[in-house]
Design a protein. Structure first.
Length: 202
């Protein structure tokens, strides 16, 4: 009996440990810790700096267009860019943001009217970034996109003025500049062409 005592003890220990492992293996593993999305101060600071730089482009563009205009048209050309900062800001807050980025969009190319006059937003509203766990305040996002709407309007007004013949370069060497992108330039030219067709002839 002594000869089989030690193997029997080892066998019983193995069976007991296997049963214990099987019992613990059927237990539900603990759920992984959920990563919460929070406002990222670094991303927010970056967007604020970028917004300031884009907004600074508008007065710089005004001086650029003013330098290309005839002396009698300098003030008018520059004021169109400066006026865009006020007018487009109001339009963007009123309906522009909602049409472009409104909640529950109506399609791929149109937002909604849920956020007219920034309705449904407060200081706790957030917008996502490329990382879904990094958020920024939605008001910061609204301001960031507004700066691009402002510079787009300023570009369109400037290119329309230059194509219209108020630049010193046009009468001598033709139009030698482009504003922003081909889309902005084409839109400015189309608007100018439309206005000229509607202007009554003397």
């Amino acid at each position: 009996m002594k000869r089989y005592g030690m193997p029997l003890v080892l066998l019983l220990a193995t069976v007991a440990s296997g049963a214990a492992w099987a019992q613990t293996s059927t237990e539900t593993p603990p759920a992984p810790e959920t990563i919460k999305a929070v406002v990222d101060f670094a991303d927010t600071a970056f967007i604020l700096i970028a917004s300031a730089l884009v907004l600074l482009m508008t007065p710089a563009l005004a001086f650029f267009y003013g330098g290309l205009s005839r002396s009698k048209s300098v003030l008018n050309t520059m004021m169109m860019s400066f006026a865009a900062m006020g007018v487009i800001t109001l339009v963007w807050v009123a309906v522009g943001y909602s049409i472009a980025f409104g909640d529950n969009p109506m399609g791929a190319w149109f937002g909604s009217f849920h956020n007219v006059m920034l309705a449904g937003m407060d200081s706790s509203s957030t917008a996502t970034t490329f990382d879904p766990t990094h958020l920024i305040p939605k008001y910061v996002f609204v301001m960031f996109q507004a700066t691009f709407a402002i510079i787009a309007a300023a570009l369109i007004s400037g290119i329309g003025t230059l194509v219209g013949g108020n630049t010193k370069w046009r009468s001598r060497e033709g139009v030698l500049i482009g504003a922003g992108t081909g889309t902005i330039g084409a839109l400015g030219g189309y608007l100018l062409w439309t206005l000229r067709r509607r202007r009554p002839r003397p």
